[in-house]
Ligand binder design. Sequence first.
Ligand code: TYD
Length: 207
Amino acid sequence: MSINKGRFITFEGIDGAGKTTHMDALEQAWKQAGHEVVRTREPGGTPLAEKLRALFLHDAMDPLTEALLVFGARRDHIKAVIEPALARGAWVLCDRFTDATFAYQGGGRGFDLQVLGTLEGWVQQGLQPDLTLLFDLDPAVAAERLSAARQPDRFEAMDRAFFERVRGAYLDRQRAQPGRFAVIKADQAPALVAEQIQAELRSKGLL
Ligand code: TYD
């Protein structure tokens, strides 16, 4: 059970799933409802964690280094931003969190899930999102959305098989903790994706 007064909501999915538009809409809706909204992202969200993000996205490293770096950034983010925000009653919207580590480092890279679980316990000390919106879609569709976009980072440059594993690992996390997740069918038109999100949030009393 969380003693936090606020709400911690995370947004997950493979690259090209289309999270950003819907995060923008929810940020506006919750602000209009009178909540303090803290919009943030991982890796990142603090000056230190943003520096680590630049290394993480662009420098070659082995999977353990990758995992340690992202959990290091996460620790700083939790202590400096997420916990204080939740304690004062804010609604924290975070673009990716630990499910991404299980999906990308665990599923994508094949790194040891038990080690990730240990790091999760040390770094989060029980902190978990109240709700995770998982934008699920076929990596082939996601890749088409990304193709016109900017210079790919180390992850966006990975092949289809990598993203199939990432997708599978996200769904494994969802099956292990079904109550925390809402799976959104993200291959539909933006208006239909928005409808699914609204229905999920209403059913949980969050909208
Ligand atoms: P992303 O959130 O997609 O931001 P942008 O839209 O600006 O590219 O980029 C973050 C990348 O980092 C994404 O490819 C997933 C990856 N990532 C991990 O591999 N592990 C993690 O724990 C997190 C949080 C992200």
